[in-house]
Design a protein around this ligand. Structure first.
Ligand code: PCA
Length: 201
């Protein structure tokens, strides 16, 4: 049985709920499409989130790594194409604000996702879920963990598919937030993530 490390994030900024948390909790310990899943919830914290993920990755030696994050405002499931060596933007949950800061001093400008993102998008659409490739993971925590994982695997010369997928808000979050926020049911979000895992191959 292959091993999949599946990560999500705690709530952050003005969002009282992070739908990735429920998904990771629901799928932890499950077997899907030939993968035994280990779920890991990450803090929205520049100082520790990437380190926690890398620590788990070193301990578990998974065959694939999918990290999930909330992109409130997006209406589709969006596998990210690229992570860049930059941290810049809003405060993390500890109030840390970074501007134009590299993730790895002197590291490569960017890394492409090594997940089968085109196949993931096509499989999601065939299963009836709106999906598209996103060309920017932003410069906040999601980009940070995606870059850190891809950098670690590249440095180690490991061919482990890894990358990041942003998901839309859940209905629960939309009800608590802005009226115009597109949202999906928790059930559909969970089902779509199962489809993503099935597309790993
Ligand atoms: N989304 C944020 C960080 C945590 C999350 O779920 C992001 O897109 O960077």
């Amino acid at each position: 049985m292959k091993k999949l490390l599946l990560t999500g994030f705690e709530p952050f900024l003005s969002f009282p709920i992070n739908p990735t948390e429920k998904i990771v909790t629901a799928l932890d310990g499950q077997e899907i499409s030939g993968y035994q899943i280990t779920g890991l919830l990450l803090p929205v914290d520049y100082n520790s989130s990437a380190g926690r993920l890398l620590e788990k990755m070193r301990a578990e030696e998974p065959d694939a790594v999918i990290s999930l994050g909330l992109a409130a405002g997006r209406s589709s499931i969006t596998p990210e194409r690229l992570a860049i060596n930059c941290r810049d933007g809003a405060a993390d949950n500890n109030g840390v604000v970074l501007e134009d800061a590299p993730i790895i001093e002197g590291g490569p400008d960017g890394y492409f996702s090594t997940l089968p993102i085109r196949r993931m998008v096509n499989t999601l659409k065939e299963s009836g879920f709106p999906a598209e490739i996103s060309n920017t993971a932003g410069t906040y925590l999601c980009n940070n963990v995606m870059y850190a994982v891809l950098h670690e695997l590249a440095e180690a010369g490991k061919k482990v598919p890894a990358g990041f997928v942003h998901i839309p808000a859940s209905h629960e979050l939309a009800v608590a937030g802005k009226k115009t926020m597109p949202s999906w049911s928790d059930r559909d979000l969970l089902e779509a993530v199962k489809v993503l895992i099935g597309a790993l191959g």
